[in-house]
Write a new protein. Structure first.
Length: 129
Protein backbone atom coordinates (compact mmCIF):
# COMPACT_ATOMS: atom_id res chain seq x y z
CA UNK A 1 0.00 0.00 0.00
CA UNK A 2 2.85 2.38 0.74
CA UNK A 3 4.30 1.82 -2.75
CA UNK A 4 0.92 2.59 -4.31
CA UNK A 5 0.63 5.72 -2.20
CA UNK A 6 4.12 6.90 -3.14
CA UNK A 7 3.52 6.14 -6.81
CA UNK A 8 0.28 8.10 -6.72
CA UNK A 9 2.01 10.99 -4.98
CA UNK A 10 4.77 10.93 -7.60
CA UNK A 11 2.25 11.13 -10.42
CA UNK A 12 0.05 13.68 -8.68
CA UNK A 13 2.99 15.92 -7.83
CA UNK A 14 4.17 16.13 -11.41
CA UNK A 15 6.24 13.02 -11.94
CA UNK A 16 4.10 11.78 -14.81
CA UNK A 17 4.43 12.82 -18.44
CA UNK A 18 1.07 14.58 -18.26
CA UNK A 19 -1.91 14.76 -15.95
CA UNK A 20 -3.58 11.71 -17.41
CA UNK A 21 -0.40 9.68 -17.84
CA UNK A 22 -1.12 8.33 -21.32
CA UNK A 23 -4.85 7.88 -20.86
CA UNK A 24 -7.43 9.51 -23.09
CA UNK A 25 -7.07 13.30 -22.94
CA UNK A 26 -9.12 16.21 -24.30
CA UNK A 27 -6.38 16.73 -26.90
CA UNK A 28 -6.68 13.10 -28.02
CA UNK A 29 -10.47 13.45 -28.30
CA UNK A 30 -9.97 16.62 -30.34
CA UNK A 31 -7.68 14.71 -32.72
CA UNK A 32 -10.20 11.86 -32.99
CA UNK A 33 -12.92 14.43 -33.72
CA UNK A 34 -10.89 15.85 -36.61
CA UNK A 35 -10.36 12.37 -38.02
CA UNK A 36 -14.08 11.61 -37.70
CA UNK A 37 -14.93 14.83 -39.57
CA UNK A 38 -12.86 13.59 -42.50
CA UNK A 39 -13.86 9.93 -42.37
CA UNK A 40 -17.63 10.21 -41.86
CA UNK A 41 -19.42 11.79 -44.81
CA UNK A 42 -23.00 10.97 -43.80
CA UNK A 43 -24.27 14.12 -42.02
CA UNK A 44 -26.51 12.31 -39.51
CA UNK A 45 -23.82 9.85 -38.43
CA UNK A 46 -21.19 12.59 -38.38
CA UNK A 47 -23.40 14.67 -36.07
CA UNK A 48 -24.05 11.70 -33.79
CA UNK A 49 -20.32 10.98 -33.61
CA UNK A 50 -19.53 14.64 -32.90
CA UNK A 51 -22.06 14.73 -30.05
CA UNK A 52 -20.62 11.55 -28.56
CA UNK A 53 -17.08 12.90 -28.78
CA UNK A 54 -18.16 16.19 -27.19
CA UNK A 55 -19.64 14.23 -24.27
CA UNK A 56 -16.42 12.22 -24.00
CA UNK A 57 -14.30 15.38 -23.96
CA UNK A 58 -16.49 16.85 -21.21
CA UNK A 59 -16.24 13.64 -19.20
CA UNK A 60 -12.46 13.68 -19.43
CA UNK A 61 -12.20 17.36 -18.53
CA UNK A 62 -14.43 16.81 -15.52
CA UNK A 63 -12.20 13.97 -14.35
CA UNK A 64 -9.07 16.08 -14.87
CA UNK A 65 -10.56 18.61 -12.43
CA UNK A 66 -11.20 15.84 -9.89
CA UNK A 67 -7.67 14.51 -10.44
CA UNK A 68 -6.12 17.95 -9.91
CA UNK A 69 -8.20 18.54 -6.77
CA UNK A 70 -7.17 15.20 -5.29
CA UNK A 71 -3.54 16.00 -6.08
CA UNK A 72 -3.82 19.22 -4.12
CA UNK A 73 -5.48 17.39 -1.23
CA UNK A 74 -2.72 14.77 -1.20
CA UNK A 75 -0.04 17.44 -1.39
CA UNK A 76 -1.54 19.21 1.61
CA UNK A 77 -1.82 15.95 3.53
CA UNK A 78 1.72 14.99 2.59
CA UNK A 79 3.00 18.26 4.04
CA UNK A 80 0.83 18.02 7.17
CA UNK A 81 2.77 16.48 10.04
CA UNK A 82 -0.48 15.40 11.71
CA UNK A 83 -1.89 13.61 8.63
CA UNK A 84 -1.89 9.86 8.60
CA UNK A 85 -1.96 7.22 5.89
CA UNK A 86 -5.70 6.62 6.31
CA UNK A 87 -6.44 10.21 5.30
CA UNK A 88 -4.29 9.88 2.20
CA UNK A 89 -5.73 6.51 1.32
CA UNK A 90 -9.24 7.93 1.62
CA UNK A 91 -8.37 10.56 -1.00
CA UNK A 92 -6.88 7.88 -3.24
CA UNK A 93 -9.89 5.60 -2.79
CA UNK A 94 -12.25 8.42 -3.76
CA UNK A 95 -10.07 9.20 -6.77
CA UNK A 96 -10.12 5.53 -7.72
CA UNK A 97 -13.92 5.44 -7.52
CA UNK A 98 -14.19 8.59 -9.62
CA UNK A 99 -11.73 7.18 -12.16
CA UNK A 100 -13.67 3.93 -12.39
CA UNK A 101 -16.97 5.78 -12.93
CA UNK A 102 -15.35 7.94 -15.61
CA UNK A 103 -13.96 4.88 -17.36
CA UNK A 104 -17.39 3.22 -17.38
CA UNK A 105 -18.94 6.33 -18.93
CA UNK A 106 -16.06 6.57 -21.43
CA UNK A 107 -16.62 2.95 -22.44
CA UNK A 108 -20.32 3.59 -22.94
CA UNK A 109 -19.45 6.58 -25.12
CA UNK A 110 -16.91 4.51 -27.05
CA UNK A 111 -19.65 2.05 -27.97
CA UNK A 112 -21.97 4.95 -28.85
CA UNK A 113 -19.27 6.23 -31.19
CA UNK A 114 -18.86 2.77 -32.68
CA UNK A 115 -22.57 2.78 -33.58
CA UNK A 116 -22.06 6.04 -35.49
CA UNK A 117 -19.16 4.79 -37.61
CA UNK A 118 -18.96 2.05 -40.19
CA UNK A 119 -16.22 -0.54 -39.83
CA UNK A 120 -14.25 1.20 -42.60
CA UNK A 121 -14.62 4.63 -40.97
CA UNK A 122 -13.55 3.18 -37.63
CA UNK A 123 -10.43 1.73 -39.26
CA UNK A 124 -9.70 5.09 -40.89
CA UNK A 125 -10.04 6.96 -37.61
CA UNK A 126 -8.26 4.46 -35.36
CA UNK A 127 -5.77 3.01 -37.81
CA UNK A 128 -7.17 -0.41 -38.52
CA UNK A 129 -8.23 -3.16 -36.14
Amino acid sequence: MIIALLTALYLLLGGGANVMGGALTPAAVKQISKLVEVAVTDPARAEAAAETLAELKTEIKDFEKIFTKSGKELTNLYKDHEADADQMLAVLEELGSDWEATQHRALDLRFDLKKSLTEEEWAEVFGGG
